[in-house]
Write a protein that binds this ligand. Structure first.
Ligand SMILES: Cc1cc2nc3c(=O)[nH]c(=O)nc-3n(C[C@H](O)[C@H](O)[C@H](O)COP(=O)(O)OP(=O)(O)OC[C@H]3O[C@@H](n4cnc5c(N)ncnc54)[C@H](O)[C@@H]3O)c2cc1C
Ligand SMILES: *[C@@H]1O[C@H](CO)[C@@H](O)[C@H](O)[C@H]1NC(C)=O
Ligand SMILES: *[C@@H]1O[C@H](CO)[C@@H](O)[C@H](O)[C@H]1NC(C)=O
Ligand SMILES: *[C@@H]1O[C@H](CO)[C@@H](O)[C@H](O)[C@H]1NC(C)=O
Ligand SMILES: *[C@@H]1O[C@H](CO)[C@@H](O)[C@H](O)[C@H]1NC(C)=O
Ligand SMILES: *[C@@H]1O[C@H](CO)[C@@H](O)[C@H](O)[C@H]1NC(C)=O
Ligand SMILES: *[C@@H]1O[C@H](CO)[C@@H](O)[C@H](O)[C@H]1NC(C)=O
Length: 527
């Protein structure tokens, strides 16, 4: 009786909040809520009439662009606490034609884990966040809702010489990060996260919980880089940990364009992908103010990590990259886990517990990101034009991440992530702003788009490749109406996956023929 009373309360008040949705979707969501009320899910479901609905929704939103009044909101959020909640959500959503969006860390650059143009519910994984390290095997089982920071922290507590190659930003969730490839500064030595994943658990469209053995090698292949949300709900991953030196060396040296940094950047393109695998040097130019006059200039950071001592690093750099002029006083030696804080921009000596921090709301910014792959060095004149555009644009900057090393030893078809040999580096374009004025979002996003257009002659083409984890909703958008959905999918699919797109479509067609697991850039079933 009590459950029924609660339920009719949910249904009547929910109706008020759904004035924007169609009658059909109101009926579906009512039936969905009715369906899950017969399961343990009712204790972890938030609808807009729960006062904490917005808090739960906003908790994992990492981009202010998707935290506006006009951002589409889910009809409900299910904060799963165990597998049965996930199974019931799938069953009830499927039988009532409700789309779900799956969210782990919420870092998707286009918010595809918590926004959609169609009525939807969010399956939120943040409660499922355990990390279990097995020292004997040098492996770890990580649940999807765990952050990379928790992973790094937990590994290092057990043994400072073990690590895992994944992202620099440690508030990212394991669910989205690993299913999109996952890379960080250990990439040239150990490859991507997915190159070091040896098992996984997933809930499929029928509510079955499968591991590597029971899902089969095709599906296990697909979720390691093809994006998880096209195939099922990933519960956890088994990682093969990697061995690092007890101390690593890091540096962040800044060189001014007015002082010859352009030549150093040019030279970097020629040598960074060929350096010793133990050495990873990222290039990151930023616009800085010079003097009191407010004049703007570009300063380039060369941020490095070396798996070894300062004594071994210095001769290596002075031989292969003397233009950098790296000095001993610019190098810092520390355990690998401390270096993950350094890379995040934390000052040396920050307690490791900071790895467990969640992003704080006041630190939240508006952002737009895109990516490109570079296969031949960008001419010096073009680099100079990039500086000029950055200064004009004010909020634009980028990161160049060197490939080569382990990355070129792995076949393009080994995982869905295809960008292997032949790439000098990956560019991430970043545009980060705080202004709230009307039109600011459109103006800033336009700026990102024109910068990307400027870069066209210097980057990969046919297809112009892009990195799935640097998701860009522009890809495949604004297509003429006579183009089919499958054609649009082929457009983003060829950029993200190149020749692997067809195999992803085959796996998708086999494991989810009705296309239940879908989102704005998911893998389609075969037409
Ligand atoms: C500040 C910042 C820094 C970044 N740095 C890096 C970096 O260094 N290296 C790198 O590779 N990437 C980086 N990224 C990109 C990041 O890896 C991707 O956005 C990744 O998908 C985020 O995972 P998430 O779980 O946090 O995101 P979410 O938004 O929760 O999910 C992203 C996608 O995965 C799906 N998904 C999430 N969980 C599951 C699940 N359990 N089962 C099935 N599907 C699921 C979602 O539906 C969505 O499609 C960065 C992003 C940000 C915002
Ligand atoms: C949301 O509100 C409903 C109705 O009051 C309640 O039954 C449910 O337990 C609430 N959800 C949570 C997670 O507290
Ligand atoms: C930590 O891991 C390293 C690398 O595998 C190993 O050599 C060392 O013995 C381990 N130390 C402990 C205390 O387990
Ligand atoms: C680079 O520019 C910054 C900001 O103007 C200045 O503080 C710094 O001294 C310059 N460095 C060099 C080496 O010229
Ligand atoms: C690394 O972190 C540990 C734990 O917080 C701290 O004791 C140590 O001083 C740090 N080392 C360096 C070089 O930052
Ligand atoms: C952004 O670009 C579009 C398409 O080029 C244009 O129509 C629009 O006016 C631009 N908006 C702003 C604010 O610059
Ligand atoms: C779509 O329409 C355009 C003209 O509007 C035409 O040029 C194009 O060939 C059409 N494409 C297809 C696939 O029909």
């Amino acid at each position: 009786m009590e459950t029924m009373g609660k339920l009719s309360f949910i249904i009547t008040t929910l109706t008020i909040f759904m004035s924007i949705s169609t009658t059909t979707s109101q009926l579906s969501i009512q039936n969905f809520l009715n369906c899950v009320s017969h399961s343990p899910v009712s204790e972890v479901i938030y609808t807009p009439n729960n006062i904490t609905f917005s808090t739960i929704l906003n908790m994992k939103i990492q981009n202010k662009r998707f935290k506006t009044a006009s951002t589409p909101k889910p009809l409900a959020i299910i904060t799963a606490k165990d597998n049965s909640h996930i199974q019931a959500t799938i069953k009830c959503a499927k039988s009532n034609n409700i789309q779900i969006r799956i969210r782990s860390g919420g870092h998707d650059y286009e918010g595809f884990s918590y926004i959609s143009d169609v009525p939807f519910v969010v399956l939120d994984m943040f409660h499922l966040n355990s990390v279990d390290v097995n020292l004997q095997e040098e492996t770890a089982w990580v649940e999807s809702g765990a952050t990379l920071g928790k992973l790094y922290y937990t590994i290092a507590k057990k043994n400072n010489s073990l690590a895992f190659p994944s992202g620099v930003c440690f508030t990212i969730g394991a669910g989205g990060h690993f299913s999109g490839g996952g890379f960080g500064n250990l990439m040239r030595k150990f490859g991507l996260s997915v190159d070091n994943i040896i098992d996984a658990k997933i809930v499929d469209v029928n509510g079955n919980i499968l591991d590597r053995k029971s899902m089969g090698e095709d599906l296990f292949w697909a979720i390691r880089g093809g994006g998880g949300a096209s195939f099922g709900v990933i519960l956890s991953w088994k990682l093969k940990l990697v061995q690092v030196t007890p101390q690593v060396t890091v540096f962040n040296v800044k060189r001014n364009v007015s002082d010859g940094a352009t030549d150093v950047v040019y030279k970097w393109q020629l040598i960074a992908p060929k350096l010793d695998k133990d050495l990873f040097i990222r290039v990151q130019p930023n616009v800085v103010q010079i003097g009191q006059g407010g004049k703007k200039a570009v300063q380039v950071s060369f941020i490095g990590q070396f798996l070894g001592t300062i004594e071994r690093l210095l001769p290596l750099v002075s031989e292969s990259f003397p233009e950098l002029g790296l000095k001993k006083s610019e190098c810092f030696s520390m355990p690998w886990v401390n270096s993950t804080l350094f890379w995040y921009g934390k000052s040396i000596g920050t307690p490791l517990e900071a790895l467990l921090d969640e992003p704080k709301d006041p630190e939240l910014v508006y952002s737009k990101s895109q990516s490109d792959y570079v296969k031949k060095p960008i001419p010096k004149e073009a680099i100079e034009s990039m500086w000029k555009l950055m200064i004009e644009g004010e909020t634009l900057f980028f990161q160049w991440n060197p490939y080569g090393g382990r990355m070129e030893e792995i076949l393009s078809s080994e995982t869905p992530f295809p960008h292997r040999a032949g790439n000098l580096f990956l560019i991430e374009y970043l545009n980060i702003w705080t202004e709230k004025s009307p039109g600011a979002i459109e103006r800033r996003v336009n700026l990102s788009r024109s910068f990307l257009e400027f870069m066209r002659p210097y980057v990969s083409n046919s297809p112009r490749e892009a990195f799935l984890n640097y998701r860009d909703a522009d890809i495949g958008a604004n297509r003429p109406s006579n183009v089919t959905k499958f054609d649009i999918a082929r457009t983003y699919g060829s950029k993200y996956f190149k020749g692997n797109f067809e195999r992803l479509v085959s796996v998708k067609t086999k494991v989810d023929p009705e296309n239940f697991f879908r989102y704005e850039q998911s893998i389609p079933t075969r037409q």
